[in-house]
Ligand binder design. Structure first.
Ligand SMILES: O=C(O)CCC(=O)C(=O)O
Length: 263
């Protein structure tokens, strides 16, 4: 299944282009997902044991356990992250021939975990194209109250003053999306193996996890295979350039060993 195509309708591609996000049911079945979930969960237990208690973390630290580029270290996760099926979906939605990996991250929102503040991912990325997309896939069923990913539709075209995630940015953007009356869209529930895809500039957030269950999510970020490294505009982008683009120079194609084409 990971090597076969997920059939997309023209209407679904148009919806993604229009709204900057889309929900797709059963991108993989729970059965296929099972061994990969196991591999990703192994990381989370080790990682969680090293974290401060949740009450001692700041807003961003309370939002989730953030574990990045697991594909580099784990052959099972590598097989999952580099799956042709995901790359094909990302390329079809973006309307490009092929995509490359930017990086992966597991985002586990703990029971009692706080909200994910409103933000645009691409503020953090030194990539010279808006043709970027994140696949956000729950590894467990997500019920109401567990921290569903929430989008402000159409905001991939919005230019906000540059700001990193903080309590101030959360307050400002929450007010902004309300004032501008962007449609706020979230699934009520998701099954393990369903996925949402959102563009790098689409505003999104998530409420806290009020349940007793860990919200286990795996994400994979893709970019147009033709993307170039951009001159970093802030310290976060410079850190990303060094870490996720192997330090490749601005102006160069983003084809470092950490950014394989998915095919
Ligand atoms: O999982 C979350 O709560 C936030 C996810 C997110 O911001 C992203 O995948 O870009």
């Amino acid at each position: 299944m990971l090597t076969t195509n997920y059939p997309l309708l023209a209407d679904q591609i148009a919806e993604f282009q229009q709204n900057g996000h889309i929900y797709l049911p059963q991108v993989v079945t729970e059965e296929i997902l099972h061994p990969y979930r196991h591999a990703i969960r192994n990381w989370s237990s080790d990682f969680q044991a090293k974290q401060k208690p949740i009450e001692e973390r700041d807003t961003y630290g309370k939002a989730f356990l953030q574990m990045m580029n697991l594909w580099e270290d784990d052959p099972m996760v590598r097989e999952f992250v580099l799956a042709k099926r995901f790359g094909q979906l990302a390329a079809d939605l973006l309307g490009v021939k092929q995509v490359r990996l930017y990086h992966d991250q597991a985002l586990f929102k703990e029971p009692g975990g706080g909200l994910t503040p409103w933000h645009q991912d691409q503020y953090y990325w030194p990539i010279q194209t808006p043709k970027t997309v994140t696949m956000w896939m729950p590894l467990v069923d997500i019920q109401a109250g567990m921290g569903m990913l929430t989008f402000a539709s159409g905001t991939q075209r919005v230019e906000l003053p540059p700001m990193p995630i903080s309590d101030e940015s959360e307050a400002m953007i929450a007010q902004y999306v309300k004032d501008q009356e962007f449609p706020i869209v979230a699934q009520k529930t998701m099954q393990a193996g369903d996925a949402t895809f959102h563009m790098g500039w689409t505003l999104h957030a998530a409420p806290g996890n009020e349940s007793n269950t860990m919200r286990e999510v795996m994400t994979v970020i893709f970019m147009d295979a033709e993307a170039e490294v951009m001159e970093p505009k802030n310290a976060n982008q410079e850190a990303d350039r060094l870490r996720w683009l192997s330090g490749y120079a601005p102006g160069r194609k983003a084809d470092s060993p950490l950014n394989p084409v998915i095919n």
